[in-house]
Design a protein around this ligand. Structure first.
Ligand code: SPV
Ligand code: MN
Length: 619
């Protein structure tokens, strides 16, 4: 112990006066056997140390623009690994079929063997963060132990420092902890033992153990790993922990009214780009804690203070704010893009890409075939950037507000080529929870596996559920009941297609957003349909004209807002089948299924059509 933890570092630990922290650190030093241990406090010099270490140990390399670095994950470590992410299940307990589990004792014993000596010759970093704004009712202190300076560096950008929060714990064990090791590294500095990549979630001890990986969705404790622990905690305590952005909507510019929205979308389905719509302000793009205030209003806070965003398709036309931030000096980590002469390139950036460079496969040139026999793209489709939100010109000033922001609306959005209209307002909070619980989406490159497969993804949070699905949605239904003024709930679909072509421009989401904002303030009437309220044609026509100076035709409207009865009924059937396999699904959920089915069948009979035009339903 003494030989790896010097006096300076030891005193940083003992100053916390928290034996739980000391015991955890001691336990993993003994187990992982690092050559050196460094404790990172909130001090600037400690954070600078992490930043420099990531470059020194070659996990990151500096790029041409000041403050920018590049990090590569291994060829087979480019996305979240669903298959090897498991909840450690104590004997006798049961979870939903869709949740990947392993018997707790078996999993722990496998993990302890993997961790044994895994940091030999490496430096262990012991870091303290706070999930949610510091010193607030949202705060959850989080201890991260890792041998990856890239992981620690990402966290210093993405999360608020929390050494002080640990001091304020006064010795309590109310914190999450995360143990990560990239494991043995190959000549490129990438995790070598990918076959032994394991991510184990231990709800009993509020800890996550993750080894033999580097991709942030697998390695960064405070991101998707903490999300899982927090979902369990939120359910126990009666609040919501969601895979949601939080944004301010400003219909008349920054000095007019602001209305706060949260939105859940499966990965790579437009979540960040919605939160970044020009003219609006961002609080967070990925994870929200939502609590009921004493005034009966829901308040939301960003768990993070940065963005680990998909870089694909970020270009000056569609995402001007991010594009500007990514091309000017500031602290920024690119991952898995193409690098040529210290400049990053990515898919869909709006210019031609070079035909050779360095990418996630090493030296790359056009036509290169990877060790999996597939042609290697210039940059990975799930390539990312890591940036602090305060670096963005559209950062909302309430980002760190300890009370969070009052939430007026929630959006659920999926990738759906043929079923749901572009935007629909639910009939009530309860009907909105049903819509969220029935969300489906086509798979993307954000998780390992085939793309384009339609899967059910309740509240876009299924990948992270560690409690039974029935319990999770019951908590949502109940949450609305304790509010005097629950947020309005909407669904959006940016991905409707006809003959393989999208029915919308990417930027059109701004129209849907401003329509939803107007609905919050009762400024638009809407058409009631069997699945909820949809916009009236004249309102959208005028919004398209105001925002884009663009003619919005009746034909476009009709295609985007038709009620596709058979498709919708088929979806109800798929969803019902899934929920029928679950325990403890609340009755109200089944009631919504029955009512929606009835309304759809009645409409089909009445209009004698399978695809009902919105013009047949109202003006
Ligand atoms: C997502 O995939 O939902 C992300 C990135 O936000 S990851 O960290 O991989 O989860
Ligand atoms: Mn996410």
């Amino acid at each position: 112990m003494d030989n790896v933890l010097n006096d300076i570092n030891l005193s940083k630990l003992s100053a916390l006066k928290n034996e739980h922290v000391s015991n955890i650190v001691e336990k993993y030093i003994r187990l992982c056997q690092p050559a050196k241990v460094t404790v990172i406090t909130d001090a600037k010099e400690d954070i600078d140390y992490v930043r420099k270490l990531a470059i020194q140990n070659k996990e990151e390399s500096p790029l041409a623009i000041e403050g920018h670095t590049i990090h590569f994950d291994g060829y087979f470590d480019q996305a979240r690994d669903r298959a090897n992410t498991r909840v450690l299940l104590p004997e006798g307990e049961k979870l939903s079929k869709s949740i990947n589990t392993i018997d707790r004792e078996t999993g722990l014993s496998e993990m302890m063997k993997l961790l044994d000596g895994i940091m030999t010759g490496k430096e262990m970093l012991v870091c303290f963060f706070c999930l949610g704004p510091n010193n607030s009712k949202f705060s959850i202190p989080a201890l991260q132990i890792t041998d990856s300076a890239y992981v620690a560096h990402s966290e210093t950008i993405l999360y608020r420092s929390g050494y002080k929060d640990f001091q304020d714990l006064n010795g309590s064990d109310e914190f999450f902890h995360f143990i990560h090791s990239a494991g043995e590294l190959d000549e490129n500095g990438n995790s070598k033992n990918i076959a032994q990549r394991r991510i184990y979630i231990d709800l009993e001890e509020e800890r996550i153990l993750t080894v033999n990986n580097q991709y942030a969705g697998n390695s960064v404790g405070l991101k998707k790993l903490a999300l899982r622990l927090a979902i369990s905690k939120a359910n126990r305590e009666g609040w919501l922990c969601e895979h949601m952005f939080i944004m301010g909507v400003h219909p008349t510019g920054p000095n007019g009214r602001v209305t706060y929205f949260a939105g859940a979308f499966p990965s790579a389905c437009g979540k960040t780009s919605t939160a970044m719509i020009p003219g609006q302000s961002i609080i967070g793009d990925d994870i929200a804690y939502i609590r009921a205030g004493e005034d009966g209003v829901a308040y939301a806070a960003n768990v993070e203070q940065g963005i680990f965003g998909i870089i694909r398709d970020i270009n000056p036309t569609d995402d001007p704010v991010i594009y500007e931030a990514l091309t000017t000096p500031r602290e920024l980590i690119f991952s898995n893009v193409l690098i040529v002469d210290g400049t990053p390139y990515w898919l869909g950036m709006g210019k031609e890409l070079p035909s050779a460079g360095i990418n996630f496969s090493g030296e790359w040139e056009e036509g290169k075939v990877g060790s999996d026999g597939k042609e290697v793209p210039p940059a990975h489709p799930n390539a990312r950037y890591t940036i602090g939100i305060n670096e963005l010109e559209n950062a909302n000033p309430n980002l760190h507000h300890p009370d969070g922001v009052p939430l007026s609306a929630v959006i659920y959005g999926g990738r759906d080529s043929d079923t749901n209209p572009a935007v629909v307002e639910s009939l009530s909070w309860s009907h909105g929870v049903f819509i969220g619980a029935a969300l489906e989406s086509e798979t993307t490159s954000a998780t390992i596996g085939e793309e384009g497969i339609r899967i059910h993804d309740s509240m876009a949070n299924m990948d992270f559920l560690v409690i039974p699905l029935g319990t999770y949605i019951t908590n949502h239904f109940k949450f609305g009941e304790v509010l005097d003024k629950p947020p309005k709930i909407f669904s959006t679909n940016y991905f409707l297609k006809e003959d393989g072509k999208f029915l919308n421009e990417k930027v059109d989401k701004k129209v849907w957003l401003l329509w939803m904002e107007g609905r919050v303030h009762s400024e638009y009437n809407a058409i009631e349909t069997p699945i909820g309220y949809i916009p009236r044609y004249p309102d959208l026509k005028s919004l398209f004209s105001q925002i884009f100076d663009r003619e919005y035709t009746k034909e476009e409207y009709e295609k985007q807002f038709s009620i596709r009865v058979t498709k919708l009924l088929e979806r109800l059937e798929r969803i019902e089948k899934i929920y029928n396999q679950e325990d403890d699904v609340p009755k109200v959920f089944h009631r919504h299924i029955a009512q929606q089915r009835k309304r759809l069948n009645e409409a089909k009979l009445k209009h004698k059509k399978d695809v009902i035009s919105p013009f047949d339903l109202g003006e």
